[in-house]
Design a protein around this ligand. Structure first.
Ligand code: GLY
Length: 600
């Protein structure tokens, strides 16, 4: 084991001027502060060490054969070993996810859910798999309201059993392997089992997440014993084991995902949820036994000469990213450039308009009729963009539009709370398959319930706590068996029927802005994938225009305020992982997190 220090620019140098806009200079752009970040990992290969150095230099990792980008070097190495041995991206995903569940437990794992977008090189087809959590059959519409019908406070709902939906990730891994795997299932768990049993080093990010949440983690015995032993939050650099997790993985390796959905592990999950101290939940064995992964049609929206494809309902990701890009595509962003306030007026108002539609119309379409086709219709999107074209200021009024419906429907605007968490995995394998998967337990550490070495999600708090507004139902209200609306936007960008970019990010509802912006940066402003994921963020979710603090984007605060936006400067903690596919593969990993891209 060793310890390494590297310097990571908190928000990378500039908007990469010159390359993107000959008219702009760096005069308006403040030099970036560099933050010293100690990254502690054990036993990395030379290739992973080189990938960390490449990321710190601001360059993409380049490879010919395969590439993987994810949130933690140990997880990336586990996936890389699978790809190197001739495994597919679907095989590698299992190694990556199971290691992430150990070394980045706050973000995703066996107790959560995920969406997966797959490009199959043999058939040329895109498939999306929905491994989202479901609401227990016993939920009632007012489950997140108090006795006066008022919504519970977010953390009162999150911490404990009430927020726990039926996990989907184990079934999703199995389904992906069944469809597209080549490697032996049981071997794909070896890396995670090995790290869990032999021990791994707690990273800075895991440690600081624990420290920030120590009080909530301390409320439940098993959670406290692991994350806050003897009342002291785990610190970075400590080597810990997780024998219980290793044992669960061994059982999944031997018997498949069924062991998570019936039998003793499932019983322990239900027991923990139903007996959570102070906030018991409603999950039942039958909810676990009935859980199914669902294949859904990919949602694709044209952007420039490309199709931006991703996960449709119950995720709002692909539709909202697609609407933003569809509106932005009506304007000459390449000529305007990345430093021009006019570019950000267009992107900001396209985002506000798209989020207005999202709040009104988007939810689990198996339960609530949705105008999915109408929302993605190019003429509808063009009509929305005309509002932006008709003015040179921020729009004074932003409201949901009237997309074409197959039938009449009246809905009220959404009132969901979404805070950032989650993790994203991008993989291209040596057969030319591409995989984009965003995976989550929702809030950092999910429900805080820790069962057999993994955390249970709090995904049900992605539902609107209110069911109606002004007498109209809210599309994303909770119902038995329904999947909460997500913002996760695992994306594959296609050109002439083949993938050219694999991308996604964590970040709650800001995921949508992070992904849309990185695609614009890559496609319109010519940034390579590392530049595109590193560039400072500006995100508007139909509220304040959030500008990433401590970065060159702060230069845009004053111009955007003058245009009429309400601007706020704040940390914007994305976790973008992207691979561009051309003559070579290029990988980029978000400098705001610990991940890397690795390829050969
Ligand atoms: N829980 C994060 C999301 O699904 O968007």
């Amino acid at each position: 084991m060793f310890q390494r220090k590297c310097l990571i620019a908190t928000a990378l140098a500039t908007f990469i001027s010159g390359q993107i806009n000959a008219q702009t200079t760096t005069d308006t752009v403040a030099p970036e502060a560099e933050t010293e970040l100690t990254v502690v990992f054990s036993g990395l290969s030379d290739a992973a060490e080189a990938a960390i150095a490449t990321k710190a230099s601001g360059a993409p990792v380049i490879a010919d054969d395969w590439m993987i980008a994810a949130a933690n070097p140990l997880a990336v190495e586990a996936g890389a070993d699978v790809l190197r041995d001739g495994g597919t991206a679907a095989d590698a995903l299992i190694a990556v996810q199971t290691v992430l569940g150990l070394v980045e437990p706050q973000s995703s794992g066996l107790g959560g859910g995920a969406f997966l977008v797959w490009y199959d090189a043999k058939t040329g087809k895109l498939t999306t798999l929905d491994g989202r959590e479901t609401a227990p059959t016993a939920v009632t519409p007012t489950v997140f309201q108090d006795e006066n019908g008022e919504p519970l406070s977010f953390f009162d709902a999150v911490v404990g059993g009430l927020s726990v939906g039926t996990p989907g990730t184990p079934r999703l891994m199995e389904e992906a392997h069944r469809r597209w795997g080549r490697a032996n299932w049981s071997g794909l768990f070896d890396a995670a089992i090995d790290h869990a049993i032999q021990g791994f080093v707690v990273s800075e990010r895991m440690a600081s997440s624990i420290a920030d949440d120590a009080e909530r983690l301390g409320r439940f015995g098993p959670t406290a014993d692991y994350f806050v032993p003897n009342g002291t939050p785990l610190v970075a650099g400590t080597t810990i084991t997780n024998q219980a997790y290793g044992d669960v993985l061994r059982q999944i390796a031997l018997h498949g995902a069924d062991v998570m959905y019936s039998g003793p592990i499932a019983e322990d999950i239900v027991e923990a949820v139903r007996n959570a101290d102070g906030n018991p939940g409603l999950l039942a064995m039958s909810d676990l036994e009935d859980y199914r992964v669902i294949e859904r049609p990919a949602v694709c929206v044209a952007y420039r000469q490309k199709d931006v494809c991703g996960m449709g309902p119950p995720s709002s990701g692909a539709l909202t990213v697609g609407q933003i890009l569809g509106m932005a595509g009506q304007f000459d962003l390449p000529a305007l450039g990345a430093e021009n306030p006019e570019s950000w007026r267009i992107i900001g108002d396209a985002s506000r308009l798209a989020f207005a539609d999202r709040g009104r119309y988007m939810a689990d379409s198996d339960f609530v009729p949705m105008p999915t086709k109408g929302l993605a219709d190019p003429f509808y999107i063009e009509g929305r963009a005309n509002q932006i074209e008709a003015t040179d200021k921020a729009l004074e009024t932003v409201a949901p539009g009237e997309p074409a419906w197959d039938h009449a429907m009246l809905l009220a605007d959404d009132q969901s709370i979404e805070l950032p968490s989650t993790s994203h995995i991008s993989i291209v394998d040596s057969y030319g398959n591409a995989l984009s998967m965003t995976t989550t337990i929702e809030n950092g550490f999910g429900s805080r319930l820790f069962v057999r070495g993994f955390l249970l999600n709090n995904e049900l708090t992605d539902f609107s706590f209110r069911t109606h507004s002004d007498g109209f139902p809210i599309a994303n209200r909770i119902e038995p068996g329904k999947r909460p609306r997500s913002s996760m936007a695992p994306t594959i960008v296609m050109e002439n029927g083949t993938p050219v970019l694999v991308i996604g990010s964590p970040g709650g509802s800001r995921i949508i802005g992070y992904v849309a912006q990185a695609i614009i940066a890559h496609v319109d402003w010519g940034m390579d994938v590392q530049q595109a994921v590193s560039m400072p963020h500006l995100v508007n979710r139909f509220g304040t225009y959030d500008v990433e603090e401590g970065t060159s984007a702060v230069a845009l605060v004053e111009p955007l305020t003058s245009l009429g936006f309400e601007v706020e400067t704040r940390g914007l903690n994305s976790g973008l992982h992207a691979i561009s596919i051309g003559d070579q593969l290029k990988g980029g990993a978000d400098p705001r997190r610990e991940g890397i891209a690795l390829g050969e």
